[in-house]
Ligand binder design. Structure first.
Ligand code: ATP
Ligand code: MG
Length: 331
């Protein structure tokens, strides 16, 4: 069986973007792959997280994975900081990745903003830790949103350089799994920015645990343009907010954009938003409900994470041992 690794940062509340770009695909992969789904808390602290919030968000992320259908008996569901191999391998990768490679990473530029001298060095080497997350388990496939494509290419470069420098084949080639419609969900306030759980504007995103009332309000207030919905999706060119809302409907309802346009042709976004609200509530309500139920059982969640971490450690230990031997560390 090929091995899948994926994760999300407990850096806020899980969003519709996380669901459509990642979680929704994770569940289907459990059948054909051996899957590791990680709450990457070490990645989250690359920007400041209040400790109490971090713990709550970690449990919430785990609850979201479970509510979306990750089966902890089948897959390994765990949190990153409980498996020390992630930190150990990432140090080795800090010594493999080149400054020039990291300097090209657009996520660092986006997150560090104008005052990049004040960003943490952790944020800068974030992609090296991500490479360690994946390669620590010799994972071959990584289901992510479009925004992580560049980091995955870096993972491939790190694996190739390590293999080359040490004349080994220990690290496999990593393949991204980026699924069509939901791969790039944009902010509800700005069609040129991706939807993010760390966006300061609450109105920019749909959270998996938003109530129906809040969902409806956010969709009603979502930015659009005054034009009508055209007969075909290609005619939405140059209207990013319109494209995004039609795309969300298509991804959630598992229909084509053309199909959605045909249904709403000649109507304005006021009408469309009513339909969209129904679809969003219909798809998210069961997840929201299950997350709420699970969050009342923190002891259960902690146990799932501990069990997963033990299994992840067991899987990674022989691989890390071999890497250390290759590097020349005495054990
Ligand atoms: P942050 O703002 O803290 O970076 P985030 O919302 O970008 O949070 P991550 O934890 O960085 O979420 O990413 C988790 C997964 O969700 C990744 O696979 C990522 O590709 C995917 N993802 C994040 N945002 C989107 C989006 N807007 N559309 C599709 N996929 C997304
Ligand atoms: Mg992100």
């Amino acid at each position: 069986k090929n091995r899948v690794f994926s994760g999300a940062q407990p850096s806020g509340k899980m969003t519709l973007g996380n669901y459509l770009g990642a979680f929704k695909n994770w569940v289907a992969l459990q059948q054909d792959y051996e899957c590791l789904y990680c709450v990457v808390d070490m990645h989250a602290i690359t920007v400041w997280q209040d400790p109490a919030d971090l713990a709550a968000q970690t449990r919430e992320a785990a609850a979201a994975y479970l509510a979306c259908g990750v089966n902890p008996k089948e897959s390994i569901l765990f949190n990153q900081s409980q498996v020390s191999g992630h930190a150990e391998l990432s140090w080795i990768f800090n010594c493999i990745a080149r400054l020039g490679w990291l300097n090209r990473m657009t996520q660092f530029k986006d997150k560090a903003g104008k005052n990049s001298q004040n960003a943490s060095t952790g944020l800068y080497v974030y992609p090296n830790l991500m490479a360690a997350d994946i390669l620590l388990y010799q994972a071959t496939h990584v289901p992510v949103g479009d925004d992580q494509k560049q980091h995955l290419e870096l993972t491939r470069d790190i694996a190739a350089k390590f293999n080359h420098d040490y004349n080994t084949e220990i690290f496999p080639e990593v393949h991204p799994i980026i699924m069509g419609e939901g791969a790039r969900i944009m902010s509800l306030r700005d069609g040129s920015k991706k939807m993010s759980k760390s966006d300061p504007s609450e109105a920019s995103r749909i959270n998996l645990n938003d109530t129906s009332d809040i969902l409806a309000k956010k969709i009603r207030k979502a930015k659009t343009d005054p034009e009508l919905i055209p007969a075909k999706a290609e005619l939405l060119e140059g209207r990013p907010e319109a494209q995004n809302l039609i795309g969300i409907m298509a991804a959630l309802a598992e229909r084509s954009r053309d199909d959605i346009c045909a249904e709403y042709e000649g109507k304005g976004f006021g009408d469309f938003k009513k339909g969209l609200t129904e679809v969003v509530i219909d798809k998210l309500a069961p997840i929201t409900e299950e997350m709420a139920r699970l969050q009342n059982e923190p002891a259960y969640i902690d146990q799932v994470l501990r069990d997963g971490s033990e299994r992840a450690s067991a899987l990674s230990e022989p691989i890390l041992k071999e890497v250390k031997k290759i590097v020349g560390f005495i054990q």
